[in-house]
Design a protein around this ligand. Sequence first.
Ligand code: 5AD
Length: 350
Amino acid sequence: MLSKNEIIRWLKEKDAQRLEALWLQADRIREQYVGNTVYFRGIIEISNYCARYCKYCGINAGNKTLKRYRLSMDEILTVAQTIERLDYGTVVLQAGEDPALSGEWITELIKRIKNESDLAVTLSLGERTPEELEAWRLAGADRYLLKFETADLRLFNEIHPLQNNGPWKNRLEILHFLKQIGYETGSGIMIGLPGQTYDELAEAILLFQELDLDMIGNGPFIPHPDTPLGKEYERMKNSDQQAPNDALTTCKVNALTRMVCPTVNIPSTTALATIDRQQGRENGLLRGANVIMPDFTPLPYRQWYEIYPGRLQAYKPPEEQHALLLKMLHKIGRTMGRGKGVSLNYLKKR
Ligand code: 5AD
C-alpha cells in the first residue's frame, strides 16, 4: 500500500523516465482488476440553470451573461435513444442545481428511460434532498456522481460561498447516504485549484480509499474568465506547494488513484481531454482509467453548458465522435465494453 509520503513524492516527481514506472504500474493494475475493456457513458447536460455560486464554475448563478436552457423530457429521451443505438450501456443525466428540475419530474424521466431502454442511469444533479435521492433510486436510477472537489474543508468552504446544504452537513455525508441506499457512488476532485497543495491531493487520494467509492472522476481545474476564481487565479497561486492544474498532474492523480483503489471505475475525463486535445483522453486510459464519458448534449445547448471554457471546440456529431473514439481505442489495444459496466468495487460488496 502506498503511504501518504510516497504519494506526495510521486505527485512532485518531474523525471519522465521515473514517471514511466508509475504509468506502467497503474496500467498493470488496471488491466489485472478491470481488464482491457473501456466502458462508454453518454452524457446529457439536461439544464444549465444553477442556484449555487461555486467560484470556479462557469454556470454558477452569478454569471448573468450566460444563456440558460433546460431540455424537455422528449429531447432527453431522443438523445438517450441515440446513446443506446451506439450500444452504450449508460446514460448520465447531468445538470446544475436547478430547482425547476423537480424531484417528481426527474422520477418520471428515470422511469421513462428505464421503460424504453436497457440503459443504466447515472445522475449528477448536485446536492439534492434525501427524499429525492431515495425516490430516484426507487424509480430505477443506478448511480450517482457527486464530487467532493477538494479534501481541504477550508478551501471547499472558500470556493463554495452561500452554501445551502439543506439537510446535509457536507458532501461526505451525502456520499455515505448514497452508498447506504444502494447507489453505485462516484466522487472526485479538481486538480490544481488555487490554494490546493500536493499534501491535499494526497489526502484526497487516501479519502477515495476510505470512502470505498465505486467511481472516481478527476479533472484539472480550468480557469473560467467569467468566474471569481478565473479572475483571481494568478494571484491565488501563492506557494511552492501549489499543485499544478496540468495534464501531467491529473494523470498522476488518476494513476495513484488506480493503485490505491484498484477495483473502481475511473473515467478519462473531458476536462483532461480539453487541456490536452492531442493526447489527453488516450493518456488517461493508458495511466489508470477504464471509462470514457462522451458528451451527447445537442447543439445549440452544448455551448451553454460552459462549466469551463474550451469545451465546444471538441464538438463532433455523435456518430463521428464515436468512430474516432473507437479508432483511438483500437490504437491503444483496448476494446469497447458491452453492457452496463457496473463497477467491480460495487459488485464485490454485493
Ligand atoms: N474547471 C474544471 N472543472 C470544473 N467543474 C466546474 N467548473 C470547473 C472548472 N472551472 C467541474 C467540477 C464540478 C462539475 C460540475 O464540473 O468538478 O463538480
